[in-house]
Design a protein around this ligand. Structure first.
Ligand code: ZN
Length: 203
């Protein structure tokens, strides 16, 4: 399986990092070894002094597809969860300045904590999914899926031109504003609606 991540998908986040608002989806990938399941702890690596949290809705692909049209895209995912896209912001800034790829800043082990998934059928309204994150008990990030620049169906259409989507692939759909650094001792909690979905302790 593979993990596809969308960058700069919320205007307020693109602006907080002084990035231009993209005209086409910005995407990158993380390897399977980046996943952190079952609320496992995240061990802060030594290669970065500035790892940021990004809280994102994650869609699970349930059908193989290539060149998927937007109008059919909703038939290619069956569940939604929430995850963190941990980012070594210091490395990323350095690579961006040099015009180099971001992988080392994004794809390291444990950089993708992920919750359990809620079946699509259990959502009253998949167009307006509210989500949030508390850091050490304090509300730190809040988003709603309708604020995405590129909604999930558009992302699927766009990305599936390049790569075949397969069963079990995950799509991280980008973070709203409010990103910031994690420190050893922090506890992050991610919610879909009012439901606590994911807890990650930083060790
Ligand atoms: Zn992200």
């Amino acid at each position: 399986m593979k993990i596809i991540c969308i960058g700069r998908n919320y205007v307020n986040h693109a602006k907080e990092l002084n990035n231009p608002v993209p005209e086409i989806p910005v995407w990158f990938m993380k390897p399977q070894t980046s996943l952190l399941t079952k609320n496992k702890d995240f061990f802060h690596p030594e290669f970065s002094q500035e790892i940021h949290f990004e809280t994102e809705l994650v869609y699970r692909i349930n059908k193989v597809g290539k060149y998927i049209e937007k109008k059919f895209a909703h038939t290619y995912y069956d569940a939604i969860g929430i995850g963190f896209d941990f980012t070594a912001r210091d490395l990323q800034s350095e690579f961006k300045a040099k015009g180099l790829p971001w992988e080392p800043a994004k794809s390291f082990d444990g950089s993708a904590p992920i919750s359990e998934f809620i079946p699509i059928a259990e959502f009253e309204n998949t167009k307006e999914i509210k989500f949030s994150m508390k850091k050490n008990g304090e509300l730190t990030q809040q988003g709603i899926s309708s604020d995405m620049l590129f909604p999930i169906d558009k992302i699927i259409e766009y990305v599936s031109q390049f790569i075949t989507l397969k069963i079990g692939d995950l799509i991280y759909t980008g973070t709203p504003a409010g990103v910031g650094p994690i420190e050893v001792g922090d506890t992050l909690e991610a919610f879909i609606g009012d439901k606590l979905m994911l807890t990650t302790k930083i060790k």
